[in-house]
Design a protein around this ligand. Structure first.
Ligand code: EPZ
Length: 427
């Protein structure tokens, strides 16, 4: 397994191109199942999760062609055609690798009246059930049985529009059910729907395919079902989590970096929080500039929340930053039940962090010290990289396959801005 070695202490100065959003690209790819025409997606990031989902779609019978040269550093363009679906089964060995594969459930049932999709199982950060996805499909008229770790869904004819009230915000359930509702007979109302930019990007693409969706960007989506959808070409939005992560890297090391392609509005509460800590964030004509002028930032309290609140996907990174600032901060995780696995690793680097249930009290220390650390999940991994950028000495982050799921060419992008970071090939 590869690992990454970081020698801390260098400020970051330069330009980082922000890639297409992983969490927009994944649902957008499953939307191809809703039509027999070609769906062309551009600005796709080169990430392991994208490849995993592409493999699942191919085993359903989707034709996937990469257009143009291999995208290089400008993202890939994929054309996906589900004109000849040969299987509506999503097997465990693929679903267990990446939970977002469960997003094929809604489209398959809506277009083909059936699907057999493995339950994704938990992951490092929590149990992550899909009960809201299943309950919503039942409310749309699907008959569902859970058997042998699989969801068996069936529907005679079309799904039927319904009002679905989510007890709490779920990005995936909103996406799965919004896709299913586009082909249902009648009107569907999704109440307490997720409003993340990735959900909006999916809704906009579905409308371009012929779906009728009102309330995009709000917590109430009204979908009038149509008989069929067509193809379209769609450019995936920039990855706000990648952008926020690199902005926090500048906050940790000092310096100034241009985040090309990033959208300041999509950072939501992260921009106010980072500004309150002392980072200078400005919109530019190519994206966002992140600059740290004074030598240390100050502690700011954060509670994770659905968009436009502080995203859970940036909690671990923010904690690494708070470990290095002047003063104390309280970080509370409200979305996932086990998303503090970066804490023991940060502590090994000298961070002063005390856990109290779903909250962490962090007291900034003058310096972290480099150490060999273990990555446990995607965002915990990158928080260890951020800590390594600030630490005295060398940090070795093991199991970087976690990183490769969500960060494209991370070590190249950081090294190009002056960081001493390299990937060391493992056995
Ligand atoms: C999406 O996951 C993202 N993944 C996650 O990003 C992100 O952390 C999460 O949304 C929250 O923003 C993708 O978009 C591919 P949820 P998702 O449904 O859809 C519970 C990353 O690092 N829940 O909004 O799975 C769930 O357990 C990943 O890029 C149910 O109980 O998240 C969680 O506690 C990690 N039942 C909470 O709701 C359900 O049926 C929010 O989950 C569905 C969810």
């Amino acid at each position: 397994m590869d690992h990454i070695r970081i020698r801390g202490g260098n400020p970051l100065n330069g330009v980082i191109r922000i890639g297409g959003a992983k969490n927009a690209a994944l649902p957008l790819m499953t939307a191809c199942l809703l039509t027999d025409e070609a769906l062309t997606l551009s600005n796709l990031p080169h990430l392991a999760d994208i490849t995993t989902l592409a493999n699942l779609l191919i085993q359903h019978g989707v034709d996937i062609n990469m257009e143009g040269e291999n995208g290089g550093h400008e993202g890939r363009t994929l054309s996906l055609s589900a004109h000849n679906i040969t299987s509506t089964v999503a097997p465990y060995d693929l679903v267990r690798k990446m939970r977002a594969t469960a997003l094929v459930l809604g489209p398959l049932v809506a277009r083909f009246g059936q699907a057999r999709v493995s339950l994704p199982g938990g992951c490092a950060i929590g149990a992550r059930p899909i009960d809201l996805h299943i309950k919503g499909l039942q409310e749309l008229g699907a008959k569902i049985e859970l058997e042998g770790g699989y969801v068996n869904a069936r529907c005679n004819g079309r799904l039927t529009g319904a009002e679905i009230v989510f007890p709490f915000t779920s990005v995936g359930a909103t996406e799965n059910l919004m896709m299913a509702a586009t082909l249902a007979d009648g009107e569907t109302r999704l109440i307490n729907a997720a409003r993340e930019p990735e959900v909006i990007d999916l809704a906009n693409c579905l409308v371009a395919m012929g779906a009728q969706i009102d309330g995009i960007g709000s917590d109430t989506l009204v979908i009038q079902g149509v008989e069929r959808l067509g193809g379209t070409s769609h450019r995936v939005i920039a990855d706000r989590i990648e952008a926020g992560t690199y902005a926090m890297a500048v906050a940790v090391t000092g310096g100034e970096v241009q985040l090309v392609g990033a959208n300041l509005e999509h950072l939501g509460a992260v921009s106010e929080t980072l500004r309150a800590a002392g980072l200078i964030l400005e919109e530019t004509d190519t994206g966002i500039s992140a600059r740290r002028e004074n030598d240390r930032l100050t502690g700011v309290d954060v509670m994770t929340d659905p968009y436009p609140g502080f995203p859970t996907d940036m909690q671990a990174q923010f904690m690494a930053l708070m470990a290095t600032v002047n003063g104390a901060s309280m970080v509370t995780e409200t979305i996932f039940e086990n998303r503090f696995m970066h804490v023991p690793e940060l502590t090994r680097m000298g961070a002063n962090i005390n856990l109290h249930g779903g909250s962490a009290m962090i007291r900034g220390v003058p310096k972290l010290t480099g150490a060999p650390v273990m990555a446990t999940d995607l965002r915990a991994s990158v928080s260890l990289v951020l800590a390594g950028l600030a630490a005295d000495g060398d940090t070795i982050v093991n199991r970087v396959y976690h990183l490769d799921r969500g960060y494209e060419r991370l070590e190249e992008k950081l090294a190009a801005c002056g960081a001493e970071v390299e990937r060391i090939k493992g056995d």
